[in-house]
Ligand binder design. Structure first.
Ligand code: NAD
Ligand code: UDP
Length: 321
């Protein structure tokens, strides 16, 4: 197999997905430059990579221009949990839009291929189910989730305009709910919330009646999808859905977590957040056809690995939480 060592920039490299991606790219023999402003990411996530001769991390906010020389860019910088992206919504839109402009400008200058971590949130609260890439979505443009949803939609627009106007090589992935080790215990997303609550013997907070659905992808499967998409021919731009199409209601997820942890936690019900989508599940036919990709890690296996990770984190109390 022919192999070319590349210089690869990963924005949001100290985050949950970014740190796994850096690891995978280093293992493939590339030089990796991670940039992160540590808003939701942590140096701990990449501590094991700091001595790697091909790894470098730089504190940098992607809303400011960046001048580096690279062959490929993975643009992941952006808070992903509703709690965190709604904390400073104006900054969330800026990260999504200005961050994209800066990374696209960099890609244009150095002729790099550029990957965008887009999201299933571009479909909003969908009326088509499961969601294929051709579905244009149902987003509330003025609600509390809009800073993220519309920011990511605008980023996609920018990617395709840079493609049309400047002939950039772009790859847009629409990522559906992904979980795994290195999510922050206070991340606020459902899988980490439920596991941390169960391990602490606290009540498990179900928003709404728990009948809203999501489909959860284990992180290793997703990252494999990233590198496969990046490696496709230049005429393949995406958007491509990446996610695990096994859909379940949140109530059932809570029950699985309780069963797998052996917790004594009670399930308690809290109000459903505004604009919380009622259903979400990827149609991954395109990823299967273009990338020969489909997830291989089942929910119980993935939850088991994630539970083990959180047991370590909570047990050693190494992390400030
Ligand atoms: P995360 O919050 O763990 O990672 C985001 C990283 O971006 C963090 O390290 C954070 O510090 C960094 N960051 C935020 N603002 C920045 C800025 N201005 N400059 C530099 N760095 C900045 O979340 P994640 O789950 O790893 O998500 C990574 C990407 O994938 C995000 O773009 C997110 O929108 C997208 N995504 C993730 C999921 C998922 O389920 N995990 C789903 C859809 C989309
Ligand atoms: N959720 C929940 N309890 C929690 C956190 C989240 O019931 O402690 C629900 C949330 O209302 C949503 C689903 O779980 O319906 C997924 O939420 P998450 O924040 O993980 O991601 P989203 O897909 O909504 O962006």
């Amino acid at each position: 197999m022919s192999y070319t060592k590349k210089r690869i920039l990963v924005t949001g490299g100290a985050g949950f997905l970014g740190s796994h991606l850096c690891e995978k790219l280093l293992a493939a023999g590339h030089d990796v430059l991670a940039v992160d402003n540590y808003f939701t990411g942590r140096r701990d996530n990449v501590a094991h990579l700091l001595n790697h001769p091909s790894f470098e991390i730089m504190r940098h906010d992607v809303t400011f221009p960046l001048y580096v020389e690279v062959d490929e860019i993975y643009n992941l910088a952006c808070p992903a949990s509703p709690v965190h992206y709604q904390f400073d919504p104006v900054q969330t839109t800026k990260v999504s839009v200005v961050g994209a402009i800066n990374m696209l400008g960099l890609a244009k200058r150095v002729k790099a291929k550029v990957f965008q971590a887009s999201t299933s949130e571009v479909y909003g609260d969908p009326t088509v189910h499961p969601q294929p890439e051709a579905y244009r979505g149902s987003v509330n443009p003025i609600g509390p989730r809009a800073c993220y949803d519309e920011g990511k939609r605008c980023a996609e627009t920018l990617f395709f305009d840079y493609r049309r106007q400047h002939n950039l090589r772009i790859k847009v992935a629409r990522i559906f709910n992904t979980y795994g080790p290195r999510m922050h215990p206070n991340d606020g997303r459902v899988v980490s919330n439920f596991i941390v609550q169960a391990l602490r013997g606290e009540d498990i907070t179900i928003f709404g009646d728990g009948m809203q659905t999501r489909a959860f992808c284990y992180v290793d499967d997703l990252i494999e999808g990233f590198v496969r998409l990046m490696a496709t021919d230049d005429d393949i731009t995406g958007p491509v859905n990446l996610g695990n199409p096994v859909e379940l209601p949140m109530l059932q997820l809570a029950e699985r977590v309780v069963a797998l942890t052996g917790a004594k936690s009670k399930l308690i019900f809290r109000p459903l957040p505004i604009d919380d989508p009622m259903q979400r599940c990827p149609d991954i036919s395109k990823a299967k056809a273009l990338l020969g990709w489909a997830p291989v890690v089942g929910l119980d296996e993935g939850l088991g690995k994630t539970i083990k990770y959180f047991e370590g984190v909570l047990g050693t109390k190494k992390m400030k939480i």
